[in-house]
Write a protein that binds this ligand. Structure first.
Ligand code: HEC
Ligand code: HEC
Ligand code: HEC
Ligand code: HEC
Length: 413
């Protein structure tokens, strides 16, 4: 086994670059580590990816974009961690997505990452139109249609036509051509029809794990898609075989310990941000509209007793146990009405920690004050309500049919 690995690395070092493996990620969307909501089933995260990349150093890593978080203070901390992961592991090319483009060209100029974008109207210092690796040329297409703001759309003029002109200008006959792509199916078809590219890598555009496909089928062609949220790597060999496989970064990959200090520093910074958020809340006018479960239970004792026996009533304690009760990324689903006139902290809004009655039934409205209308304000609780929280890797086993019986508290039980 060891011998085989040595032999392989020898081949690579010996310049058999056409046997190189592309390692493709994309649509990471700020996920720096798995949430911990489903221990044993968690995948991805920077530290696991790092273990994988260190063990497979002969590869060529490309990312299809949308790696970043929105540029809030906490978001920027996450973006810094990813930027470090990209740099430490020699990311070869990054096709910026709409998330990176949210501040236009200026946003791209902020971080020195190996951006690749061929259909950029005017040059930006750290953005290449083409990248070359031995006998391969890489190009990048981001559809202007995906940029919401007209202001930034103008940075990417002309769509497919402009793009193809730029490829023509940069093309060298001796090389194979690969394309990193994010756009519509129609745009993909038009570009593929030109026959210019030997390898086309469309970005996965799914936001939720349950909506993602591993293969995009377009007419008679099929394109493999890398897993979202950094949960896996798509491997493609650049030899004649063009073998493709999706490698899920599950528990077989241990987290790289080299990242422990980085994550510790991140947690501390997040706590600090949360403390200053709490301070700002003390001065802010009281906008609390959630009453808390204790209030509901004064009239709905039976429902209250059942609710108390469910995991929902312990949800905040689960965060405390793992020391993440001061991370807004976690609090939202483990409390009632966070940042929506509900939970702020255990001290300022006691009784709103944990998933409460109003997490499902909606914030209290005086449904008992005007007897004929008391049923009106009530929102019907359906499977969709559960999925606000029971989604993707936060609850991979969720099925309404099996979960609902564990929390049911209607009289017709
Ligand atoms: C002052 C007493 C009182 C309080 C406090 C109260 N309710 Fe009610 N609630 C009622 C009564 C009375 C009904 C109608 C009779 C019934 O269906 O049990 C009702 C009905 C409901 C219903 C079912 C409506 C239906 O169509 O059957 C829900 C859901 C509900 N309440 C949720 C809540 C929640 C959540 C809270 C706390 C935010 C709350 N209630 C607080 C008295 C109260
Ligand atoms: C506001 C977010 C939220 C909503 C809405 C929500 N849940 Fe949950 N649910 C949680 C959290 C958080 C936990 C984990 C609690 C813990 O153990 O810390 C959980 C745990 C559970 C569990 C226990 C799982 C287990 O096996 O231990 C069940 C069952 C469950 N939810 C069912 C439901 C159903 C059914 C709905 C919709 C009617 C729903 N939940 C809506 C957040 C939510
Ligand atoms: C989108 C909503 C959501 C977010 C955000 C969220 N959780 Fe959860 N969490 C859940 C749900 C739902 C469950 C219950 C999962 C189940 O049993 O199916 C859960 C369960 C848990 C559990 C209990 C696991 C066990 O032992 O059974 C822990 C611990 C936890 N989450 C930690 C976190 C942390 C830490 C974060 C932030 C990094 C976080 N959660 C963010 C929804 C969420
Ligand atoms: C995890 C989501 C969830 C939580 C938390 C929750 N409920 Fe419900 N509740 C439901 C669902 C689902 C139903 C049945 C469907 C419907 O009536 O909307 C229901 C029904 C009810 C009803 C109508 C009962 C009947 O016999 O028809 C009342 C009253 C009620 N809940 C009160 C409460 C109170 C009080 C709490 C807090 C102690 C609470 N619920 C917490 C999901 C939830």
């Amino acid at each position: 086994m060891k011998f085989a690995i040595l032999l392989l690395s020898f081949f690579w070092l010996g310049g058999f670059a056409s046997a190189q493996t592309l390692q493709v990620t994309g649509q990471i969307m700020g996920e720096i580590s798995p949430c911990g909501c489903s221990p044993g089933k968690e995948k991805g995260g920077i530290a696991r990816l790092s273990t994988y990349l260190k063990a497979n150093q002969g590869g060529l890593w490309v990312d299809l974009g949308n790696y970043s978080s929105p540029p809030t203070e906490q978001g920027e901390l996450k973006n810094q961690l990813w930027a470090k992961a990209f740099t430490d592991n020699s990311l070869f090319a990054l096709l910026p997505g709409p998330l990176e483009f949210s501040q236009g060209k200026r946003g791209l100029a902020k971080r020195p990452l190996p951006y690749l974008l061929t259909n950029l109207l005017s040059p930006v210092a750290n953005v290449d139109r083409v990248k070359t690796q031995v006998d391969w040329q890489f190009f990048g297409f981001l559809s202007p249609e995906l940029l919401s703001s007209g202001r930034h759309k103008t940075d990417l003029l002309g769509g497919v036509e402009f793009f193809l002109k730029e490829v023509g200008k940069n093309r060298s006959a001796a090389r194979h051509r690969a394309l990193l792509f994010r756009g519509s199916d129609q745009e993909l078809k038009e570009i593929v029809q030109t026959g210019l590219f030997e390898l086309v890598l469309p970005a996965n555009q799914a936001v939720l794990e349950e909506d993602q496909k591993e293969i995009l089928v377009l007419g008679t062609r099929q394109y493999p898609l890398p897993p979202i949220k950094g949960q896996g790597v798509l491997e493609i060999s650049l030899d004649n075989q063009k073998t493709v496989r999706t490698l899920w970064l599950d528990k077989a990959f241990e987290a790289d310990k080299a990242w422990v200090p980085e994550f510790k520093a991140y947690d501390q910074a997040v706590e600090k941000l949360f403390e200053s958020f709490l301070k700002s809340q003390q001065k802010a006018p009281d906008k609390r509209v959630y009453k808390g479960s204790a209030y509901c239970v004064t009239c709905h004792q039976e429902e209250g007793a059942i609710h108390q026996g469910t995991a929902h009533a312990q949800a905040f304690g689960s965060l405390e146990k793992v020391g993440r009760d001061r991370d807004p990324d976690c609090i939202a689903c483990h409390s009632a009405g966070f940042l929506k006139g509900g939970f702020v902290s255990k001290e300022t809004t006691p009784g709103l920690e944990n998933v409460g009655c109003e997490s499902c039934h909606g914030q209290f409205r005086p449904h008992v004050e005007k007897p004929p209308s008391y049923v009106n304000p009530r929102q019907k609780v359906t499977e969709k309500t559960c999925k606000n929280c029971h989604q993707g890797s936060h609850s991979p086993d969720f099925k309404f049919e099996t979960y609902y019986p564990k929390i049911v508290h209607t009289k017709q039980r």
